[in-house]
Design a protein around this ligand. Structure first.
Ligand code: EPZ
Length: 417
């Protein structure tokens, strides 16, 4: 298993370009299954998760190719409705083929994704939504079996805001008969991006980006050529990288308008943040202020930035309280940060209290999930001496060439095969 070795306390200076958003690419690539023909997507990040969903699309009968960030998916030959456990267990977001398969083929047999390190990650809301649209769904032997001659529009109320649940049902409703209203829908930029692609395909969706989305079903969707939006979580991660090293980094090809709460909270720490239309400049300061954050669905502070923010607070002056309200077990990184000298305690399973220390000390640490691995890399950049981050396959799921980008900013970082 690859490791990443970092010699810390190097100021990051220079420019870095943000890649396409993983969490926009995955649902948008799945939406290509709704069309009879070849769609082309630009600015697709070369990630393990992206390759997984392309492999799954091939398994379902689509033809795919990926070269230099351009992905083509021709699903005119879609002829298999089985998404096997072997593929789904490696990448939970495979659940995103469920809606498209039922809408396009009238049936789907998709393995239950199962949980992961950060939580149980149930998909009950995806299933209940499909049933509301008239699908017959039953679970057997760990698989979701869904079928419907033709889905029928209906009103769906999500009792919990779910990002991929909203995406799955928006895709299913796009080809249903009649009108569907999604209430308490997720409002993340990736939802808006998916709706824009579906409308480009010929769907009739309004309200994406608000908590109420209206979908008027159509009979057919057509292939498109479009571009994936920049990754707001990668952007936030590089903002923290500059802040924790007292750096001066210009982050390019990003969308500051997707990062309102993150920019505001990073500014509250005293870190200098300047923004333009598609760039953010972050200059670290000597004395970082401790502030409290609470994760919540967009436009609130994103749970996917919680681990990275804890790294910043671990070397801030004062005490900060971090509340995680989305996932039940998303503080696994805390143990590893404590091994690097961070002073953090967990008064409850969803609260971390971080007392800033002067400096973190390099150590061998273990990544447990995608964003935890990012937070440990950031801690290694800030810490004195050497940090070895083990199990970096987690990192490769969601960050394109992270160590190359950090190296170009002056970090002493290398991958050990
Ligand atoms: C998406 O996961 C993202 N993944 C996650 O990013 C992100 O952390 C999460 O949204 C929250 O923003 C992708 O977009 C591929 P949810 P998703 O359904 O859709 C509960 C990363 O690091 N829930 O919004 O799986 C669930 O348990 C990843 O890039 C149900 O109870 O998350 C959780 O507590 C990690 N029943 C809450 O809702 C359901 O049917 C939010 O989950 C679905 C969800």
């Amino acid at each position: 298993m690859d490791k990443i070795k970092i010699k810390g306390k190097k100021r990051l200076v220079g420019e870095v370009q943000i890649s396409g958003a993983k969490n926009a690419a995955l649902p948008i690539l799945a939406s290509a299954l709704l069309c009879d023909g070849k769609s082309v997507f630009h600015n697709v990040p070369d990630l393990v998760d992206v390759r997984s969903i392309l492999m799954l699309s091939e398994e379902l009968g689509a033809k795919t190719e990926m070269k230099d960030g351009v992905v083509a998916i021709d699903s005119s030959g879609l002829n298999n409705h089985l998404a096997p456990y072997e593929i789904v267990r490696k990448m939970r977001a495979s659940i995103l083929v469920l809606g498209p398969l039922v809408a396009r083929l009238g049936k789907a047999c998709v393995s239950l994704p199962g949980g992961c390190a950060i939580g149980a990650r149930p998909v009950n809301l995806h299933i209940e939504g499909l049933e509301k649209l008239g699908a017959e769904v039953h679970i057997s032997h760990g698989y979701i079996n869904a079928c419907a001659k033709r889905l029928k529009g209906n009103e769906i109320n999500f009792d919990t805001v779910t990002v991929t649940g909203t995406e799955n049902l928006m895709m299913a409703a796009a080809l249903a008969q009649g009108e569907t209203i999604l209430r308490n829908a997720a409002m993340e930029p990736e939802i808006t991006a998916l709706a824009e692609v579906l409308n480009l395909m010929g769907a009739d969706i309004s309200g994406a980006g608000t908590s109420e989305i209206v979908v008027n079903g159509v009979d057919k969707l057509n292939p498109v050529e479009t571009e994936i939006i920049p990754d707001r979580i990668e952007t936030g991660t590089f903002m923290i990288a500059s802040a924790v090293t007292g750096g001066d980094v210009l982050i390019k090809k990003c969308r500051p308008d997707h990062l309102g709460e993150v920019i505001s909270k990073v500014r509250d720490t005293g870190t200098f943040v300047e923004t333009g239309k598609d760039w953010i400049r972050v200059k670290g300061v000597d004395e970082i202020k401790s502030i409290d954050i609470k994760t919540s669905p967009y436009p609130g502070f994103p749970t996917d930035m919680q681990a990275q923010f804890i790294t910043l607070m671990s070397i801030a002056k004062g005490v900060s309280t971090i509340k995680e309200t989305i996932f039940e077990n998303r503080f696994i990184h805390v143990n590893e940060l404590q091994r690097m000298g961070a002073d953090i305690y967990l008064p409850s399973s969803n609260t971390a209290v971080v007392r800033g220390v002067k400096e973190l000390a390099g150590a061998p640490v273990m990544a447990s999930d995608l964003r935890a691995s990012a937070c440990l890399v950031l801690a290694g950049l800030a810490a004195e001496n050497t940090t070895i981050v083990n199990r970096v396959y987690h990192l490769d799921r969601g960050y394109e060439r992270m160590e190359d980008k950090l190296k170009s900013l002056g970090a002493h970082i290398e991958r050990i095969k």
